[in-house]
Design a protein around this ligand. Structure first.
Ligand SMILES: Cc1cc2nc3c(=O)[nH]c(=O)nc-3n(C[C@H](O)[C@H](O)[C@H](O)COP(=O)(O)O)c2cc1C
Ligand code: SF4
Length: 447
């Protein structure tokens, strides 16, 4: 068991002025990890990643070292690293500050990862709306080329690593790794049938690994400073530091870094506690795709295994916190609308099921709900879950099924009251953004 609580590991240069400039980055220890990596073999580096216990930070939590060991080598085809910087999951904003404030740490992580998986070419697929991210990354990549850290002769080693930055066009589905690859190839972004998996047939049919920004950045530190650096933080099964974004009804929403294993209640306290000292009612532990948990779960440690045991997921590290003033049904409806809108339409359960789920929520909230609607919602979700082509379909069902499980009485209240919320709750349905901010005092909380 390592350190728990707030830590400064991947966010170490967040407060350094102009850390996005290569000189400042190098003055603060930058590009030392890649120098260490050049003394190691690819197999040794992959072993270090395995020993560290690093699991993917993009949502699925797959062990990174294992994923890298699946990459087909010696096929005669190039191997590609694709960095997933699409970050479009509602509530998730933990990769953006890393790329804006410390873009060279991602560039360095990419060089190290490429050396480990024997790739000469990396692509960063950045969310289309990320203007500052793109400018900072482009500048960092240019500076790294100028110094000979990228290109045909990385640090004079004779090894080649190139990076191309690609901006998406604002579709959540393009964060799904195979839809991302299709989009990068210039096609419509829709998930691919698997197998074959990207490790053998990825970008342009070549062996590819798709990894999250935080995963790749952490890999750079692990190879440079050893697996012990990483697992000095966290627990045995959930090692390392985790970039977190805490949002919702807390006094200081924003970016934080904690060791995995820190209790959720401690994270909420670090974010200033509940807004207006309200009562914690429910939270999404890792973005809108992760099943809702309740105040009863507030003391569980933030680990992959504890979240699974509580029937939820750690997801992306986006802790979204809600109080007793917020209607869980309205909140879930908003996410259902998001998933309905973002469904790529390729498969029937998600395309049709999302639409029907939204219709049922609308009639419950408009006072036209029927007694059988709650079973109907569960039935639609159970026909989407596990039957959709990609995980977006499953994600749509997470808030629906978990809220029905924990807050069925609130749905029943709405059926009885013809859609009127209990008096102590504030509706967010009809409020304009400004009214909502005002009502929730968020404007004065510096949001
Ligand atoms: C609808 C959908 C959206 C996703 N969006 C992202 C994203 O924005 N960033 C990300 O890293 N992973 C995202 N993922 C997960 C990726 O498919 C993939 O698991 C991840 O990039 C792998 O990287 P990791 O192993 O480093 O976590 C998304 C998955 C789905 C189903
Ligand atoms: S689950 Fe939804 S997003 Fe995924 S392939 Fe099917 S329609 Fe597209």
């Amino acid at each position: 068991m390592g350190t728990l609580g707030p830590v400064t590991a991947l966010s170490t240069r967040y407060d350094v002025d102009r850390a996005w400039d290569i000189d400042v980055y190098e003055d603060h220890g930058g590009y030392q990890n890649v120098r260490a990596a050049l003394d190691s073999t690819p197999d040794d580096m992959i072993q270090m990643i395995k020993d560290s216990g690093l699991r993917g930070r993009g949502g699925a939590g797959f062990p990174t070292g294992l994923k890298w060991s699946f990459i087909a080598q010696d096929t005669g085809k190039p191997v590609y690293l694709v960095v997933n910087a699409d970050e479009s999951e509602p509530g998730t904003f933990k990769d953006r500050p890393l790329m804006e404030r410390d873009p060279h740490s991602l560039v360095e992580g990419i060089i190290v990862s490429c050396l480990a998986i024997q790739s000469e070419m990396a692509y960063i697929y950045a969310r289309g709306e990320f203007g500052l991210v793109s400018r900072r990354l482009r500048h960092a990549i240019e500076q790294a080329y100028e110094r000979g850290y990228l290109g045909a002769d990385v640090f004079g080693s004779g090894k080649r690593v190139d990076i191309t930055l690609h901006r998406g066009a604002a579709a959540y589905i393009c964060g799904e790794e195979t839809a991302l690859l299709d989009s990068l190839e210039g096609r419509r972004g829709q998930p691919r049938l698997r197998p074959p998996f990207p490790a053998t047939h990825g970008l342009y049919g070549c062996p590819t690994t798709v990894n999250n920004v935080e995963t790749v950045t952490a890999a750079g530190y692990i190879v440079g400073q050893g697996p012990e650096w990483f697992n000095q933080y966290g627990t045995e099964k959930s090692a390392g530091p985790k970039l977190m974004c805490i949002s919702g009804e807390v006094k200081r929403p924003g970016n934080y870094e904690f060791a995995l294993g820190t209790p959720v209640s401690e994270m909420i306290a670090a974010a200033g506690g509940m807004l207006d000292d309200r009562e914690l009612k429910f939270f999404f532990p890792g973005g809108s795709s992760t099943p809702i948990l309740t105040a009863e779960h507030a003391d569980i440690p933030y680990t992959f295994e504890a979240m699974t045991e509580a029937d939820s997921l750690l997801g992306t590290g986006a802790l979204m916190v809600h109080s007793d003033k917020t209607s869980v049904v309205e909140t879930v409806y908003r996410y259902v609308k998001f998933y309905e809108h973002e469904s790529c339409g390729k498969c029937t359960p998600c395309r049709e099921g999302g639409y029907w789920t939204a219709q049922v929520y609308e009639r419950i909230l408009d006072g036209r709900g029927r007694a059988e609607d709650l079973d109907l919602l569960a039935d639609i979700s159970n026909n989407i879950f596990g039957r959709s082509f990609c995980a977006l379909g499953d994600a749509l069902t997470s808030p629906v099924l978990s809220s029905l499980e924990h807050f069925r009485d609130e749905y029943e209240y709405l059926l009885r009251s013809a859609g009127r919320l209990p008096d102590h709750m504030q509706s967010v349905r009809t409020a304009t953004a400004n009214e909502y901010l005002e009502r929730n005092d968020l404007a004065t909380a510096g949001v």
